[in-house]
Design a protein around this ligand. Structure first.
Ligand code: ATP
Ligand code: MG
Length: 433
């Protein structure tokens, strides 16, 4: 495995000219920044090279992670130092297959590296001179290499060596942000992919909703006929002396069932219709009752019972009633989906805050004794697309819609929950007097 530059260079002796010089390190590079050394650096490194290095640092692809950043630097160094061989060595590249370090090498046009066996400290063992600059703080143990076939080159005073040390030092400063930016970009990429999947799902549901609304609409006419004809037949059976009482009873059942379906389809159509109707005075208890009626089938399926604890006063809010119905439908549906194995109860309580101020606030509590919400999930339940029901069973939009509707009515909603005991949503709405 290729290690730090010094030990190997000592073993190489004079073959590597920089072996006689002190180890290049972050500190040593820092020395160049002292005023006396700066003059020396500027003596030996052309300003144009420093400018190009500055541009190269500004262009580093920080979002792509450390190996890509180091590789970009090698490309830039090769352009700045066209007569030198430059490269990099990654000792422990993340995700790379096990099997030794990876090297990037750029040889100047026309320069041929003679075969010279292997040397674990060098990536250009065939060239006369090689300087290795450690990148301080590199997570992959990367090193930058500059090499030449010029035996006369003074490693200590070489502008190329100075420049490559500068580049290594600049990389050392840039790499921590490269790691953080890389990780953040990866998170953003994953979140964007997940969001896209959910959007596709939500879109499918929306299309399904439109299809369902169309189907319901089509059902309305035949259902109306069934109700009308069964009522007519009941009347006729009774008028004809009631000889076939069994049939009258059967017809009544047909009529009742058809009526029930008709009510349900009408509710469904009004629910599916794009909401956003104009706000007006709305009696809160009627809105909640409508939502409960609409959820009847969900409640029955979940074995949940609704307990109303309405305040004695008639409470009025200024609202678009369809939107408020949607709020309570969503909350009741969620409670049903979290129903306990038995004795499920949803408490719906209303009250007004006892305030002497002109603007009173209505408080609605929707509380269930269901499964509850895990504490780590509680802060996220109002976030769009947050669901614990899996993609097929929930879009995770219910509560975010609830929150935005309540917000649009100048209200507020909060949640309290305990795993295994139940969940309570508390809504505050300004009263309309
Ligand atoms: N009454 C409740 N009891 C337990 N968990 C709840 C309750 N209400 C909401 N949650 C949790 O909050 C999450 C988000 O609810 P939300 O209504 O926004 O989405 P959903 O019900 O998962 O999907 P959708 O409503 O779009 O079908 C749920 O997945 C569930 O984990
Ligand atoms: Mg929901």
């Amino acid at each position: 495995m290729r290690k730090g530059p010094m030990s190997g260079r000592r073993e190489q002796g004079a073959a590597i000219a920089s072996a006689s010089t002190p180890a290049p390190s972050g500190d040593r590079i820092g020395d160049y920044e002292g005023s006396s050394s700066r003059a020396r650096l500027l003596d030996v490194v052309p300003i144009a090279w420093l400018d190009l290095l500055l541009l190269a640092v500004a262009d580093l692809p920080l979002s792509k992670g450390e190996p890509a950043v180091v590789e970009a630097m090698v490309h830039s160094l090769a352009a700045i130092l066209p007569t030198y061989a430059v490269g990099a060595c990654f000792v422990a590249e993340p995700g790379a297959p096990v099997g030794g370090p990876r090297e990037i090498k750029r040889l100047p046009e026309g320069m041929v590296e003679p075969p010279a066996g292997t040397d674990p400290t060098r990536i250009f063992p065939g060239l006369a001179y090689e300087h290795v600059a450690t990148i301080p703080g590199s997570a992959t143990g990367s090193t930058l290499h500059v090499a030449s076939d010029d035996h006369e080159l003074d490693p200590d005073g070489s502008p190329a060596v100075n420049l490559v040390e500068r580049a290594a030092s600049a990389l050392g400063r840039a790499l921590p942000s490269a790691g953080a930016i890389g990780a953040a970009m990866e998170r953003v990429r994953q979140e964007a992919a997940a969001l896209e999947q959910r959007m596709v799902h939500a879109d499918k549901l929306a299309t399904f909703g439109q299809v369902a609304a169309g189907v319901v609409h089509e059902l309305n006419n035949p259902l109306t006929s069934i109700v009308a004809y069964s009522d007519y037949l009941i009347r006729r059976a009774i008028e004809s002396g009631g000889q076939h009482l069994d049939d009258v009873e059967r017809l009544r059942r047909i009529s009742e069932s058809a009526n029930r379906m008709l009510r349900f389809t009408r509710e469904l159509v009004s629910y599916a219709r794009p909401s956003g109707g104009a706000a007006g005075p709305v009696v809160l208890h009627s809105v909640i009752d409508r939502a409960i009626a609409f959820c009847e089938h969900v409640l029955v399926a979940a074995g949940m019972r609704v307990e109303r604890a309405y305040g004695a006063e008639v409470l009025t809010v200024s609202a678009a009633s369809e939107q408020l119905v949607q709020v309570f439908v969503n909350l009741i549906t969620n409670a049903c989906q979290a129903a306990p194995p038995s004795e499920g109860v949803i408490l719906v309580a209303t009250s007004v805050t006892a305030s002497a101020l002109e603007q009173r606030s209505i408080v609605v509590i929707i509380e269930d004794n269901g499964t509850g919400i895990a504490p780590e999930h509680v802060p996220h339940v109002f976030a769009p697309f947050f669901t614990t029901k899996g993609e097929k069973n929930g879009t995770g939009l219910g509560l975010s819609i609830v929150k935005s509707i309540i917000g649009a009515h100048d209200g507020d909603i909060r949640v309290e929950s305990e795993l295994g005991r139940g969940t309570r949503f508390v809504i505050d709405l300004p009263e309309k007097r």
